[in-house]
Design a binder for this molecule. Structure first.
Ligand code: AVJ
Length: 312
């Protein structure tokens, strides 16, 4: 194992700004280093973490309701392509898809996904695209002319503040030849169910949350003691979101490179928001961005929703 410290200036700069802010905050995108991505994969199969398995079951049961909106030779553009299980459900059922465009920030990851899908679907054109979801995406030439269907599963949209989420929906709406968007979103429910999904009995989510401190130690020259911070999942009813926090167990100073950040006992670092929606709040977000709901598919317990949005 490589134990050498390689400082990531962007991470150092952003982390320091976040830890100097009041209240302290770190962006959830920093969770996903190698260990963080592996821990997230573990989260998706925890008994308490219902979103992944529920979304999969909705897709399996209702993929036939998506098919009518996918025109011949369509390009399926997946935002933040994760494990390919969800993609495969669509590709297996939607014969009209002619091209698959996985979009992800990690090129290494993209290459692996593209190769896997390429092997399983020899007639499909696979066009991996490295890019940041929050920036303007340059859709490759091969997509132009094809009706584009966006696929944004996993309730990743929920990580964004509502204005950012609306802006992203508006940008997708402006893609050339955009025909629709298949969007996975988690739904508002009993706060006890929500909190336990983000604070599981085995402590995997706690390890996922603390891992960002391990990463700061390695890549931003910090000296956090991760165990001196408590993992906390809080339901914020006013903003309809689960918040993850790391709460300092004591007054302490932490070094970030050559700077020092002080924590009071009980002071938290706000590490993630995961917004939850209802059909009405989802509609209220999508409509100003130029979309209307064509299909709203949910499980029998109403835990999670997969929505087909069409340009209005
Ligand atoms: C990948 C952002 C959808 O918000 O549920 C899981 C991340 N955080 N457990 C979510 C996450 C804690 C997840 N998303």
């Amino acid at each position: 194992m490589d134990t050498m410290t390689v400082i990531d200036p962007q991470l150092h700069k952003e982390a320091l700004a976040g830890l100097r802010a009041e209240p302290k905050v770190l962006h959830p995108k920093w969770f996903y280093d190698e260990r963080g991505s592996a821990l997230f994969e573990q989260i998706t199969v925890l008994p308490e973490y219902y979103p992944t398995r529920t979304e999969l079951s909705i897709l399996r049961e209702h993929v036939g309701r998506i098919a009518p909106y996918v025109e011949e030779d369509a390009a399926l553009i997946e935002l933040g392509s994760g494990a390919s299980t969800k993609t495969r459900i669509l590709l297996d059922a939607l014969d009209a898809v002619g091209a698959y465009v996985p979009v992800d920030i990690s090129e290494t990851f993209l290459r692996a996904v593209a190769q896997e899908i390429d092997r399983s679907y020899p007639d499909l054109e696979v066009i991996p695209l490295a890019g940041d979801l929050l920036q303007d995406l340059d859709l490759p030439d091969a997509v132009s002319g094809r009706p584009a269907v966006g696929f944004f599963p996993g309730s990743t949209l929920g990580n964004l503040e509502p204005p950012e989420a609306r802006a992203l929906l508006r940008r997708i709406r402006q893609w050339p030849d955009i025909a629709g968007l298949v969007l996975g979103t988690d739904l508002v429910k009993d706060p006890r169910v929500l909190v336990s999904a983000y604070d599981d009995a085995q402590g995997v989510t706690a390890a996922f949350n603390r891992n960002v401190l391990v990463r700061l130690n390695r890549e931003a020259g910090a000296d956090f003691e991760p165990d001196s911070f408590m993992h906390e999942a809080r339901w914020n009813p006013d903003k309809a979101r689960i918040e993850m926090h790391l709460v300092s167990r004591s007054d302490q100073d932490v070094r970030i490179g050559s700077e020092t950040v002080s924590f009071r006992e009980g002071e938290s670092i706000h590490t993630e928001n995961s917004h939850k929606y209802t059909r009405a709040t989802l509609e209220a977000m999508a409509e100003p961005s130029g979309w209307r709901i064509a299909e709203f598919m949910t499980d029998s317990d109403g835990l999670f929703a997969v929505t087909v949005l069409l340009p209005d």
